[in-house]
Design a protein around this ligand. Structure first.
Ligand SMILES: Cc1cc2nc3c(=O)[nH]c(=O)nc-3n(C[C@H](O)[C@H](O)[C@H](O)COP(=O)(O)O)c2cc1C
Ligand code: SF4
Ligand code: SF4
Length: 253
């Protein structure tokens, strides 16, 4: 059983690659939608795969973990995989902290470097460097699958940061970044409604053929910005247009 949140496909692709034949993949976004927080576990392994946001967890992932209950007779091998662009920071420690509150802990934590979808800062406009990164990520995922298959224990992560940095990141993310006022729609919008349909927290509604943000805060996953067919949604700092759109080409999102 693998729980996964993914806005632009990196984490979904990772989860799909590490899943064994017939293993259940559970979308955290649709679980939250269905209020589905209780799971009977008979698998030997339970994984969580999530992007890193601000050195911590996407808000939807921390909310899901807070409410999650796993019921089992025999404790499964529990692992966490952070996908990230520059550093997974304290995201694994933040997830671990939530699980510890439930008397659970991860047997292992991993991370996988991917193209960095935070395009208010990072530039994904060069297809060659994106492809180069994805080739290396795919190699790293194959190694990860092997490690999970062997149920290795411990922290197998690149550069991480201490727990307190995750708390600082979370405070910036919650206070400033998650404000939907940061998102703007351009004149090029054709009113297709895809952004509203795909938003994991239903923060967008179509009104008079245009997307309108109806919640003050969202996950700020940038799924709407990256997946718009006309690239008509931009983030307020004016950098995203030149940094390009991205979704992982190896999975459907
Ligand atoms: C709001 C936001 C914040 C991010 N913060 C970080 C970060 O702190 N460190 C990092 O390495 N990558 C960061 N990223 C990049 C993503 O973690 C990375 O690209 C991830 O693989 C995206 O996963 P997905 O395609 O499954 O949504 C951020 C992306 C977003 C949208
Ligand atoms: S996905 Fe893009 S084009 Fe479609 S409604 Fe949203 S902003 Fe407009
Ligand atoms: S409004 Fe856009 S950035 Fe915010 S959660 Fe929805 S899809 Fe993600």
């Amino acid at each position: 059983m693998i729980f996964c949140f993914s806005a632009t496909g990196n984490s979904k692709y990772t989860a799909e690659c590490i899943a064994t034949d017939g293993e259940q993949l559970i979308s955290i976004a649709s679980a939250v939608d269905r209020n589905a927080y209780d799971y009977a576990v008979s698998d030997e392994r339970v994984g969580f795969v999530s992007p890193t946001y601000y050195w911590t967890l996407p808000s939807i992932v921390s909310e899901f973990l807070e409410k999650l209950t796993l019921n089992y007779d025999r404790k499964p091998y529990l692992y966490y995989v952070a996908t990230y662009g520059t550093t997974s920071g304290a995201s694994a420690s933040m997830a671990e902290h939530i699980l510890r509150g439930k008397g659970l802990s991860f047997d292992a934590c991993f991370d996988i470097k991917m193209p960095d979808t935070w395009t208010p800062i990072f530039d994904l406009s060069d297809p060659e460097s994106v492809q180069k990164r994805l080739r290396r990520s795919t190699e790293e995922i194959a190694e990860l699958k092997d490690q999970i298959g062997r149920k290795v224990r411990g922290k197998h992560m690149g550069l991480t940061t201490p727990y307190f940095t995750g708390k600082i990141g979370r405070s910036m993310y919650n206070r400033y970044t998650r404000n939907t006022a940061n998102l703007k729609v351009m004149e090029t919008c054709i009113g297709c409604g895809l952004c509203a349909k795909k938003c994991p927290v239903h923060a967008i509604e179509m009104k008079n053929g245009r997307p309108v943000w109806v919640k003050q805060k969202c996950v700020m996953c940038l799924g709407c910005l990256h997946r718009c067919p006309k690239f008509s949604i931009q983030y307020g700092n004016g950098q995203t247009k030149k940094h390009g759109q991205y979704h992982n080409p190896y999975t459907k999102i």
